[in-house]
Design a protein around this ligand. Structure first.
Ligand SMILES: Cc1cc2nc3c(=O)[nH]c(=O)nc-3n(C[C@H](O)[C@H](O)[C@H](O)COP(=O)(O)OP(=O)(O)OC[C@H]3O[C@@H](n4cnc5c(N)ncnc54)[C@H](O)[C@@H]3O)c2cc1C
Length: 405
């Protein structure tokens, strides 16, 4: 039984069949669509450059052929781990042998009193973006709350559509949660150069409304920024309530071990909702919100259920991520948490450079902008954990593969 028909849920089902699991598979998804890739929602799909069909992970015929039953538009509301049974919103009960929780997360709402007005949008599901696209036909003044990846990607698309875009970020720099200062400053400068009004250290205290629609965003300073449409991208909360109510240990997500097992018997969790000990975060329990994490955890769980997981096998895949903004392709590998040193390879002004993060003289992560070679070669530096010559690392003419010894 798979709860959630998104990236992690779909890949669990795919991997189960690849692992020759012969039992029945039922995947239950709250959205009315077959599993699809979310990354394009804030990029090509919002831009209108990619149709929804191109995002669907597998056609209906694949699921039929692989004998994976997919029930869409259905939500799991309770789990009885003792009885190995769950209940759907329509009241029906279904028994399971193993349950994989892959329900992802819900966009965090604004903390202010009025937050769900007309014209206020989130970017998590296809339906969110379809609604936004309809309103974009007439809206011109756009305020984006949150300078993380989703907010910045949306800003880039909306500038291309020649909208007036303001980005409000509470922290003193964009991408503060995920990247180092050098990368933040680079993207800040890029967005400004493309005409985005980037406001840092700016706290939103409320929304101005007229007849149920947003008209502006009120700041702590007392200023109100006019807005015909607001995009909120301030993170997600893991969708784990039914599991927590069933007694699963949770900590900003449902806690799993290195084999993606929750504290409940025969219940696993993968993807955005799984708080897992990550080898690349010094074993710290974290949640990752990435395609890599959902897919690789799905394989571990599928092997576990199919009985093909090796005694020593565990979730230890190197984290990677990407983001497209304007003509910039950012590729990230490793985790920069706890780094104590940073080396910038190449000049950010050239719009092709890499930021290398080190801990104790070893490379732990790279953020590569239009620099795929560093991204590919840098991975080995991380996995091998080798100490590197800092001076050589700083020279873009020295290939990273030469340092991976
Ligand atoms: C706009 C956007 C851009 C992104 N860009 C990138 C990117 O560039 N690179 C990258 O690596 N990652 C990106 N991500 C992150 C990536 O898409 C997620 O990490 C990935 O989708 C996580 O997979 P998941 O299975 O955990 O959750 P999801 O894919 O969200 O799937 C969860 C599914 O479960 C359903 N569900 C929730 N509760 C229940 C329930 N109780 N019962 C049944 N179904 C339920 C949900 O409706 C959803 O369909 C992006 C995400 C978004 C939203």
């Amino acid at each position: 039984m798979i709860a959630g028909a998104g990236q992690g849920g779909a890949h669990t089902a795919i991997a189960l069949r690849q692992q020759k699991f012969a039992g029945s598979i039922l995947m239950i998804g709250a959205e009315p669509f077959l599993p699809y890739e979310r990354p394009a929602l804030s990029k090509e799909y919002l831009a209108g450059d990619k149709a929804f069909d191109a995002l669907v992970l597998r056609p209906a015929s694949y699921w039929e052929e692989k004998k994976v039953e997919v029930r869409l538009g259905q939500r799991v509301v309770t789990v009885d781990a003792g009885a190995h049974e769950l209940r759907l919103a329509d009241g029906s009960a279904i028994g399971y042998g193993a349950l994989v929780w892959a329900a992802g997360g819900r966009p965090r709402r604004l903390g202010c009193r009025v937050h769900d007005l007309g014209g206020v949008h989130y970017v998590r599901e296809r339906a969110d973006v379809d609604r936004m696209k309809t309103e974009l036909e007439t809206a011109n003044e756009i305020v984006i709350i949150g300078g993380g990846y989703i907010g910045l990607e949306a800003a880039a698309v909306l500038r291309k559509k020649e909208k007036h875009v303001t980005v409000l970020e509470a922290e003193p720099r964009v991408l503060a949660r995920v990247a180092g200062e050098a990368l933040s400053r680079f993207f800040e400068a890029e967005h400004r150069a493309h005409g985005v009004d980037v406001r840092l250290g700016t706290k939103v205290v409320g929304l101005d409304e007229k007849e149920g629609r947003v008209r502006g965003v009120r700041l702590e300073s007392g200023e109100s920024i006019p807005a015909e449409l607001v995009v909120v991208g301030i993170g997600i909360d893991a969708a784990v309530e039914p599991l927590v109510a069933a007694g699963a240990v949770s900590d900003n997500g449902v806690v799993v071990d290195l084999r993606c097992r929750t504290s409940l018997a025969d219940v696993y969790a993968v993807g955005d909702c799984a708080a897992h000990p990550n080898v690349y975060a010094n074993g710290r329990v974290i949640r990752l919100e990435s395609i890599q994490n959902a897919n690789d955890q799905a394989v571990i769980v599928a092997k576990s259920i199919a009985g093909s997981l090796g005694a020593e096998e565990r979730y230890d895949a190197v984290p990677w991520f990407w983001s497209n903004q304007y003509d910039l392709r950012l590729q990230t590998v490793g985790l920069s948490l706890d780094h104590d040193d940073v080396v910038v390879r190449g000049a950010p002004e050239s719009r092709s450079f890499s930021v290398v993060y080190l801990r104790g003289g070893r490379v732990v992560a790279l953020d590569c902008v239009n620099q795929t070679k560093d991204y590919i070669q840098g991975k080995a530096l991380i996995t091998k954990g080798c100490e590197v010559d800092r001076a050589k690392l700083a020279r873009p003419d020295v290939m990273l593969k030469e340092l991976a010894v």
